[in-house]
Write a protein that binds this ligand. Sequence first.
Ligand code: URA
Length: 251
Amino acid sequence: MSGTEVSKKVASVRLDRLLANMGYGSRRDIGLMAKAGWLQLDGMVLTDETQRLSLSADLAERLTIKGRRIDPLPGMVVMLHKPVGVTCSRKEAGTLIYELLPDRWRVREPALSTVGRLDKDTSGLILLTDDGDLLHRIISPRHHMPKRYQVTLARPLSGEEGPRFAAGDLMLDGETKPLLPAELTVTGLQTASLILHEGRYHQVRRMFAALGNHVAALHRDRIGGLDLPEDLPAGQHRLLGPDDVSRLFAG
Ligand code: URA
């Protein structure tokens, strides 16, 4: 190898550990699948669950269980169109967003976590990932990742909301720091689109409440440069690729 060549070492992992961590069963279950001939790599049956596989980027496309491709390897990112009435939590009462995803994703290691939250009565774009660095890059207050909300109000807009939200001096009840400037675009008598650069508890609802109005319906349709696709119905999810993730940071 020349001095300028770099040797790239691809990590390897035991087949049973990989699939157990991806939620396909216990390591014993994976052993039984291997013995039953269910596991194949590039079409070749793998009968030894203890064998090590190189964690190459295309492994998820090459490894199958009963002829079906496995889920994405760790480092996955998913967008979900959250319906109203569903909670962004692992254990609260009521319907949880994890119930809208394949069961095995609930037991993945590393865990699949939501990137921030939407409240129970808010619908729209929510991201989930098992990539801790990515999660922090998106939610880090330093990045001020913009998030766009479509708001329907109980009462007509007064016209003062846009300038008040843009001023960067609005103080919410119980808080010690004013809000960052936010951009409001009025779209109707009682509807508007609002872009926030931070994510405080129930922020949109509290902002309008501070000006004497009430949010009747709230929907998030964009994070960074990533839009919720119009053809993704409420309750459905979609895996994101590297281009989608770049789009997120291009917003
Ligand atoms: N603001 C809210 O009030 N609720 C959300 O879910 C998100 C932003």
